[in-house]
Design a protein around this ligand. Sequence first.
Ligand code: UGA
Length: 434
Amino acid sequence: MRITVIGTGYLGAVHAACMADIGHEVLGVDVDEAKIAALAEGRPPFFEPGLPDLLARTHERGNLRFGTSLQEAAEFGDVHFVCVGTPQRKGSYAADLKYVDAVVEGLARHLDRPSLIVGKSTVPVGTAARLAARIAELAPQAELAWNPEFLREGTAVLDTLEPDRLVVGVQSAHAADVLRSLYGRMVEAGTPFLVTDMATAELVKVAANSFLATKISFINAMAEVCEATGADVVPLAQAIGMDARIGPKFLAAGLGFGGGCLPKDIRAFIARAGELGVDQAVSFLREVDEINLRRRARTVELGLDLIDGSYRGTRIAVLGAAFKPNSDDIRDSPALDVAASIGRRGGDVVVYDPQALDNARRAHPELAYVNSLDEALTGADVTMVLTEWDEFQDMDPVAVGEQVAQRNMVDGRNILDPVAWRKAGWRYRALGRP
Ligand code: UGA
């Protein structure tokens, strides 16, 4: 099929490359010319494992190209995926829909033949119905469907090529047929293909992310209780996770969730529920958000405990800037939030991350950055592991002990072995652990 993917961020770039990989003719479109130029040369504008290889493959095959014109997109494609961002609106919990609105509006104006517009962006429930009405005015031959995306950064390529499920919210059986055939390879491989109305599809996405955020905050709430009682959240999570009804995933207690999705999606859900008069139904999500943010403050306190109550005049090695490992994304990163907070309290913070340094520097120019783990560790009074990169998990407590000024460790992600670190002479503190 001839498809376009509009918006080439983490979601769109991966979707475009994967759709080309399964054999479609794809045009990726973005307003950011630098991003488009990089993608056209086969260089992803961000770090995502597997994406460079995929782009190289499709480059060779010649069925993926990039451009900046919505008119060209309208002329080229029969199916148009909308993959632009829906960030949190400034001064509000609500999602900012200006990019989605602009793309649908701009595209529909050029559509003069039957085509399918497929929303992938995460939007408040009811957005698709509103957009469908606008499309009916501007391009009566076009139809809208909603097909939420569940990919995780760091494993986005695999998540797209081998998804757990495909959910399509449609207004006609025809739209469902088009999408079933577009995703034919996945459907034939056994991926469940769920057809719903558009509102349900919009909600599936927001509900899934809310559930994941709640699961993380649940275990972090248990970590708070553990801290007050001397219990240990790590074996606690392991034990409850062995109940198949609960399951072990997303029960890693620590510094909590960040990124461009979970935090803003639960807030947008709270805002939308308020507009719909069902605020009470999701009021627990406020607590989920609060628990999550309290973990950041607690991490700052754990460091303080190790250096007698003041960060002034101390050197703090912050290991990790990305919101999660295998990503260079620093949007709402818990690690950078903690680093900035310690900096404001007078600490001499030095940040190292294997991939996210450039993005971190742009967002927090007030912090100091180094290009290697060794440089970060040298002379540190407190070392803090805030993103669980393998490189940090693999550190040898004895060798690292020789590099730092004081053996003080805050393990913000519960990835180090407390016994081994304490044996090597470290004062070790972690979230939810004695
Ligand atoms: C999340 C969802 O997992 C995807 O399914 C969804 O498609 C995506 O948002 C989206 O809406 O686009 P992502 O933001 O890439 O994906 O990252 P996650 O793997 O969900 O991690 C989110 C945060 O939770 C990270 O900061 C991670 O460190 C934290 N986390 C995760 C924990 O603190 N504990 C855990 O047990 C798991």
